[in-house]
Design a protein around this ligand. Structure first.
Ligand SMILES: NC(=O)c1ccc[n+]([C@@H]2O[C@H](COP(=O)([O-])OP(=O)(O)OC[C@H]3O[C@@H](n4cnc5c(N)ncnc54)[C@H](OP(=O)(O)O)[C@@H]3O)[C@@H](O)[C@H]2O)c1
Length: 296
């Protein structure tokens, strides 16, 4: 079956019963994460609903009391991410999919966590740690899936794609380029994972959901906001259309054939040159692994 930019997360799951599957989604209290939780849970999956706080996760899962588990997971705090992963390991024997959806965009001024610029920490490092910790559970599923919600914003990044000399942001900070860098990191992580997992039953893919009006734009102000507001009706998707690609990659049987791909509009799509740079992907993997080794 083929889907397109108008397909919704309901369309891509039509006729599909996800009973017996367990899927973890980050950032479930808002926007695409909330829609993803609702679509997966209403088709019978057990959704581990992760949000920054337990209260937010519980509120987001209230409509599905029988097939959700609320989980606190603040991605910019590595100890919390580790604790969340441990809780999942204790409660669940396998994980069918992990949807790394949570994200922040274009923080107006430099913020840091554990010495790293905040978008890189939250969008990339926190999810990288969650993936590493939960990989054993994904390997226990018949066909585990890792889905990284990236953005076409990865094309607008810092010089060289990832600037390893300035991951703190202290040598100069640009809100949009640092967002792009963190979203490029999602694509490169999926690429490296797909190679490392080649002989396993687990796949990893990244995606651009489209342009959707959500709380993500909370930091956008001034000219950018006005311009986007004016032209948005021409290209904007609904939240249900925005969530379609990640829901498809996480749960549609046909998506099992894809590994190491970048998707948009529920179709494979080409990334930027940096997104296909294996040397950059290897360097990012080594950096993140080392960072976690010394900061956990
Ligand atoms: N909307 C778009 O047009 C668009 C385009 C391209 C890519 N994306 C990507 O799509 C994903 C979902 O975005 P959205 O549009 O649904 O935005 P959203 O409505 O702002 O939702 C983002 C979610 O991420 C959570 N989050 C943020 N920082 C976190 C942290 N440190 N730890 C744990 N959770 C955190 C937020 O929690 P709080 O509410 O508690 O902050 C919220 O639940 C993001 O990765 C974004 O980059 C979106």
């Amino acid at each position: 079956m083929s889907f397109n930019r108008k397909s919704t997360s309901t369309d891509v799951l039509q006729g599909i019963d996800l009973s017996g599957q367990t899927i973890l989604v980050t950032g479930v209290n808002s926007g695409l994460g909330e829609q993803t939780l609702q679509s997966l849970a209403s088709h019978g999956a057990h959704v581990i609903a992760a949000a920054r706080t337990l209260e937010k996760a519980q509120a987001a899962s209230r409509h599905f009391p029988d097939n959700t588990t609320a989980l606190a997971c603040e991605l910019s705090d590595l100890a919390t991410v580790s604790a969340a992963a441990e809780q999942v390991k204790q409660q669940f024997g396998q994980l069918d999919a992990l949807v790394c959806n949570a994200g922040i965009m274009a923080l107006p001024s430099l913020q840091q966590s554990q010495g790293l610029e905040m978008q890189f920490m939250c969008n990339h490092v926190g999810h990288f740690l969650l993936i590493q910790k939960l990989l054993p559970l994904l390997e226990k599923a018949p066909q585990g899936r890792i889905v990284l919600v990236s953005s076409d914003g990865h094309k607008h990044t810092v010089k060289g794609g990832i600037n390893f000399a300035n991951l703190s942001g202290e040598q100069g900070y640009d809100a949009w380029k640092f967002y792009g860098q963190s979203k490029l990191a999602n694509i490169l992580t999926a690429r490296t994972l797909s190679k490392r997992l080649q002989n396993s039953s687990v796949t990893a893919n990244a995606l651009h959901p489209g342009v959707i009006r959500t709380n993500l734009s909370r930091n956008m102000a001034g000219l950018m906001s006005t311009v986007i507001g004016l032209f948005a009706p021409l290209f904007e998707k609904s939240v249900a259309q925005g969530a379609a690609t990640q829901v498809y990659l996480a749960a549609h049987p046909d998506a099992a054939q894809y590994n190491g791909q970048y998707f948009a509009d529920v179709q494979p799509k080409q990334t930027s040159q940096h997104g296909r740079d294996d040397a950059l992907a290897d360097r990012l993997w080594a950096f993140t692994d080392d960072f976690l080794g010394t900061h956990l």
